[in-house]
Design a protein around this ligand. Structure first.
Ligand SMILES: Nc1ncnc2c1ncn2[C@@H]1O[C@H](COP(=O)(O)OP(=O)(O)OP(=O)(O)O)[C@@H](O)[C@H]1O
Length: 243
């Protein structure tokens, strides 16, 4: 059953048209790998999928409901791992996890933290303060957070950065186990992660020149009464803004 979809998505960041006319769909147990050159918009798309930002055009739906209609419900069903590990330097690994578990309303906090620490093989770091962790240990701590509580969707932005080979293999196992329980995983990576049969979404295919998009908008706006152009078209010409 198709659960998570996006259609006709256009993403603008600053004055940059990152991608346009992008669509995706994912069903229970699916993995989607985002691919594309640096700056193609993988992180931007993951942020849209998490409901942290809004598309300039198009919509993203969870079981037919636009995620923009209830962002709190959407946040509750997903775990998002961004570029930043978001580890509090003065708190121990365990207390960092406790903070996240409390925010997520986990009931068996200590039990779930123990499980997550074991899954990422960082139990021995439980009492180490965040500021003393190596970058790989920070990434493993951040990854252990996504195991806390229940979720239906993992959005992972370059989850392998800083991880050694064993941790990458462990992450691949965690992804497989999450999918086996019906979870959907969408991730970006520049290195091979051993994920079984992911759908590939290549963002390079959705890059469109800014001027082409503005002309397209102009046609669409001819029937509009209001002026909701994001940019003045002459300004676009002056700056020659293209992808
Ligand atoms: N906060 C921001 N404000 C304005 N533009 C931004 C911002 N963050 C990113 N961008 C721009 O958006 C575009 C897409 O960036 P994004 O980080 O989504 O790409 P990416 O595919 O994840 O890149 P990478 O592979 O390098 O991580 C880039 O051109 C970037 O310069």
């Amino acid at each position: 059953m198709t659960v998570f979809t996006g259609s006709d998505l256009t993403c603008l960041r600053g004055e940059r048209l990152v991608f346009g006319n992008l669509a995706f769909s994912a069903s229970t147990g699916d993995a989607v790998m985002l691919r594309g050159r640096n700056g193609a918009g993988k992180s931007s798309l993951l942020r849209l999928m998490a409901g942290l930002t809004s598309p300039r055009r198009g919509n993203i739906r969870w079981q037919e409901h636009d995620i923009a209609d209830d962002r709190i419900a959407h946040r509750a069903r997903l775990q998002y791992l961004g570029h930043q590990d978001a580890i509090k330097p003065v708190l121990s690994v365990r207390d960092n996890l406790r903070l996240w578990a409390e925010l997520r309303g986990v009931s068996d906090i200590d039990g779930e933290i123990d499980q997550a620490l074991r899954a990422l093989d960082i139990h021995h770091l439980a009492h180490t303060a965040g500021r003393y962790l190596s970058s790989g240990q920070k990434r493993r701590t951040a990854l252990s957070r996504i195991l806390l509580g229940s979720s239906d969707l993992w959005l992972l932005d370059e989850p392998t950065v800083g991880l050694d080979r064993e941790s990458c293999a462990e992450l691949a196992r965690l992804i497989a186990s999450f999918r086996a329980k019906g979870g959907i995983v969408i991730y970006s990576t520049h290195i091979d992660l051993d994920v079984t049969s992911p759908t590939i979404l290549d963002l390079d295919q959705f890059a469109i020149p800014m001027m082409e998009w503005l002309a397209d908008q102009d046609d669409a706006d001819e029937t509009d009464t209001g002026d909701n152009h994001p940019f003045d078209i002459d300004q676009g010409k002056q700056t020659g803004a293209t992808i």
